[in-house]
Design a protein around this ligand. Sequence first.
Ligand SMILES: [Zn+2]
Length: 122
Amino acid sequence: MTALTMRSPGLGLKRGLARHCPNCGEGHLFSGYLKVQPTCEACGHDNGAYRADDGPAYFTILLVGHLVVAPLLCFSFIWTWPVGLVLTLTLSLVAGATLALLPFVKGGFIGVQWGSRALAAE
Ligand SMILES: [Zn+2]
């Protein structure tokens, strides 16, 4: 069974979330924080052909909004502490969570594209 016949969005998501090449699961998907390696160092797959655009940013905002911002509203300090202090704390938390999640979400986004064969060239 070749890697091409084993493609599935779930497998691509799993490999992408680990920031590995969705085609082989071994090579690194990124060469920097968010820069995709055009070619996998392990299998030679053309990972640069996948277009992530604004998709990972959209899903990251969606996740942070639901996992961080909404639960924060349940804490009473949000409503009772000085506004400047609350903004400093919450914006730092939101920015940190966003920057931490973005590479994983981008990897997952590219992995799902790989799994669903969302390439014009294939
Ligand atoms: Zn690979």
